[in-house]
Design a protein around this ligand. Structure first.
Ligand SMILES: Cc1cc2nc3c(=O)[nH]c(=O)nc-3n(C[C@H](O)[C@H](O)[C@H](O)COP(=O)(O)OP(=O)(O)OC[C@H]3O[C@@H](n4cnc5c(N)ncnc54)[C@H](O)[C@@H]3O)c2cc1C
Ligand code: FES
Length: 223
């Protein structure tokens, strides 16, 4: 885990989301599903963001502007600086047979990095509108469904599923594929286990999602 100051190299609009690119020099991007805490300009606490892409010398985050912190991050311009802490948490296990990536909405964010690491397996992505679905261009070999169709209606059986998306989607994926790996979200203040702000009950015990997760096996969540 490193705490570094980086420079914004690009901010590209993709549907309602912003793909924020920053320089990373020799900063370790971590593994797919891991995240960084990004300083949000004008906000006291940083915001957790999954690594979306990690080409040489760069890191990119796909950001949904849903509140003050994410809107401030989306307003950053090339040349501005921000502080990053990471990589943090546990990412996806990559030793998966017949991988299938499943994403919903901004849950698409960690999938481009994951797709590259797994050799561009098939993906099924669900969005609430064609505008949101523009983000599917970031994920190779993706089939796209738009509401009222849900990703779980398009998921073929017999795959090792790696998913990220809203809680009801993850719960539905876990029911269909009990061995799926699921990336969960909780509000996070520190990102490295110090504040207990992200504690969730798993298997009857309180666990810090930033340390135990954010990727968990569906069996841990269902237990
Ligand atoms: C490990 C991890 C990875 C993430 N990766 C991404 C990503 O790649 N791209 C992206 O756009 N977002 C991602 N998020 C979510 C993002 O961090 C939050 O949307 C952001 O912190 C909200 O900050 P805000 O100031 O804009 O809004 P706030 O004012 O803080 O929140 C707006 C609303 O969202 C709720 N909320 C805030 N954070 C969360 C959360 N984490 N889970 C559930 N509800 C929340 C609040 O209660 C409030 O109702 C990730 C979250 C986690 C935990
Ligand atoms: S965010 Fe502080 S303990 Fe997880």
């Amino acid at each position: 885990m490193q705490h570094v100051q980086v420079r914004v190299t690009g901010a590209e609009q993709i549907g309602p989301y912003t793909l924020l690119r920053v320089s990373r020099d020799d900063l370790d991007p971590g593994s797919p599903g891991q995240f960084f805490m990004l300083e949000a300009p004008g906000r006291p606490l940083p915001r957790p963001m999954s690594v979306c892409l990690a080409p040489p010398g760069e890191l990119a985050f796909l950001i949904d502007p849903i509140g003050p912190g994410t809107r401030a991050l989306c307003a950053l311009q090339p040349g501005q600086e921000l502080a990053l802490l990471g990589p943090l948490g546990n990412g996806y296990r990559l030793d998966v047979e017949r991988p299938l990536l499943v994403g919903g909405g901004i849950g698409v964010a960690p999938l481009p990095f994951l797709s590259e690491a797994l050799g561009r397996p098939p993906a099924i992505l669900g969005f609430r509108s064609d505008w949101h679905a523009e983000a599917a261009q970031l994920v190779p070999n993706a089939e796209v469904v738009v509401e009222p169709t849900y990703v779980t209606e398009a998921m073929p059986p017999g795959h090792g599923v790696l998913a990220c998306g809203p809680e009801p989607m993850l719960a539905a994926v876990a029911r269909l594929e009990p061995t799926a790996q699921l990336a969960w979200e909780a509000p996070m203040a520190c990102g490295y286990g110090a504040c207990y702000g992200c504690a969730v009950e798993i298997d009857g015990e309180l666990k810090r999602l930033c340390v135990e997760g954010p990727v968990l096996g569906a069996e841990a969540v269902a237990a």
